[in-house]
Design a binder for this molecule. Structure first.
Ligand code: PAF
Length: 282
């Protein structure tokens, strides 16, 4: 596995792979890797000839009062984890390398970037789409892999790739959960044991909605009300949003149908967690 710290080095290494006729898969991450990230790496390995992973805690996607300074940085462990997976390239640039002085150009997917997490975290998706556009330009992957846990991020990146004609296929991989249902997240490590238990309410609320959907309920307002009521049962968890939306436009739907996205975000202590399901009748 080659570790590249500079854009120039990474660009050259990716070009070599593409010149050798390799189909290049890309998994962008902010490090603090867990099995969810490894599932993306494995999906990339299964469908590509070579895989590049990036580890970069992107400062522009954090708001002023968010956890940029505390965000877990576990590079040595991360490097070992991806090396074991047999990837070709690891890109780990510094913030100065990615954002040298004079950076005044931003990539924004208007409208979509203000929905779900974008509404609660103003400017977040502008930071995500800017860094992903930069990484796509440097790496020029054939396929890029993202976790379905960040469903709004997937919608925003798909739209950006389509609107800006990036020649990359965007693949969303299923959420990986702990045995008790908690969606894997780098932020789970912020939770103390009591909060770790409280956090299960996110998954439980989604399961409650799924049950109701399976029993035939199609009214989105009714489904959302049930999900919100479930979250309320855990008095220490503060709901941010519970929404039933179209997974591409992120607009609220009136009637839930196959493929409708049910998404929840909530604070457990000061940790903001997200989770979601796609409704399926089969
Ligand atoms: O999902 C993440 O970890 C980040 O938002 C991403 C896609 C790596 C961009 O910094």
């Amino acid at each position: 596995m080659k570790i590249c710290r500079s854009i120039e080095e990474m660009r050259a290494a990716c070009l070599d792979l593409r010149k050798a006729g390799k189909r290049l898969g890309f998994v962008p991450t902010m490090g603090a890797l867990h099995d969810g990230h490894l599932s993306l790496v494995r999906a990339a390995k299964n469908s590509c000839d070579a895989v590049a992973v990036s580890i970069f805690v992107n400062p522009t996607q954090f708001g002023a009062n968010e956890d940029l300074a505390e965000y877990p940085r576990t590079f040595d462990r991360d490097r070992e984890m991806v090396e074991k997976e047999g990837i070709a390239l690891l890109f780990a640039p510094s913030a100065k390398e990615m954002y040298p002085p004079g950076g005044t150009t931003w990539v924004t997917v208007e409208g979509l970037s203000e929905k779900l997490d974008g509404r609660s975290r103003p400017g977040h998706f502008r930071g995500v789409t800017t860094i992903i556009a930069k990484l796509f330009h440097i790496i020029e992957p054939d396929v890029a892999f993202f976790g379905q846990k960040d469903a709004a991020q997937v919608a925003v990146i798909r739209r950006m790739a389509r609107n800006l004609n990036f020649a990359v296929e965007i693949v969303a991989c299923p959420i990986v959960r702990e045995p008790d249902g908690l969606a894997m997240s780098s932020r789970n490590r912020y939770l103390n044991p009591a909060q770790r238990k409280q956090a299960l309410i996110l998954h439980r609320s989604l399961m409650r909605v799924r049950e109701l959907w399976k029993a035939g309920e199609r009214n989105a307002a009714q489904l959302a009300a049930t999900g919100k009521a479930e979250i309320k049962k855990e008095s220490r968890v503060r709901l941010d949003y519970f929404e039933i939306v179209d997974p591409d436009t992120l607009d609220a739907v009136v009637t839930a149908s196959d493929g409708t996205l049910v998404a929840v975000a909530a604070y457990v202590g000061s940790t903001r967690l997200i989770d979601n399901i796609l409704l399926q009748s089969t």
